[in-house]
Design a protein around this ligand. Structure first.
Ligand code: ZN
Length: 175
């Protein structure tokens, strides 16, 4: 009986890292020149009601910022026509069902799954308030990127596409 217990505990210890569902994503400023200075990290973990994102970021402008899971694991700038667009290599908002519809995180269906609740930045420029992504699983995050936009997000394609959040200002790749 004792041996059985030792084996059981050993098995739990050996396999526990497989279930330690939490990882940190380093976030960097991005602009037309590419990837810039580090501004902190976002920890993502699996919770009962979805994925919890806990930011530990600084150096952002105060207020609300559009925040998204983007399709590709890259924060590189890319040419688009005559201009260079910050972090364009990340692709669009994660949209596995090809809805092409930006409705924010609280719509019931037919939406970009990568639309996250917006990121709140305090007057010192820090973001520490955790967010809950109810429609995503941790596995959705792997091999993609997290993106912060200059402005907020009105969770609609109207009057401007993609919530009107403006340029991409910070990004982190999820390995
Ligand atoms: Zn979207």
């Amino acid at each position: 009986m004792q041996l059985y217990r030792v084996i059981l505990i050993g098995l739990l210890l050996v396999t526990s890292p497989l279930y330690a569902q939490e990882f940190d994503i380093d976030i960097y400023h991005v602009d037309e020149n590419g990837i810039g200075a580090a501004i902190g990290s976002v920890t993502i973990s699996s919770g009962i009601f979805g994925v919890v994102l806990t930011p530990n970021l600084s150096g952002l402008s105060p207020g609300l910022h559009g925040f998204y899971l983007h399709e590709n694991p890259s924060c590189d700038e890319m040419e688009e026509g005559v201009k260079t667009v910050p972090a364009l290599a990340a692709g669009g908002h994660y949209d596995p069902e090809n809805t092409n519809t930006h409705l924010g995180p609280y719509a019931q269906s037919h939406l970009h799954l990568g639309d996250l609740p917006y990121l709140y930045v305090d007057k010192e420029g820090n973001a520490t308030l955790p967010l809950l992504a109810t429609s995503l699983k941790l596995s959705d995050f792997k091999g993609r990127s997290l993106m912060i936009h200059a402005g907020g997000d009105y969770y609609s394609d109207e009057p401007a596409k993609l919530g009107g959040g403006g340029p991409r200002i910070a990004c982190g790749v999820i390995q």
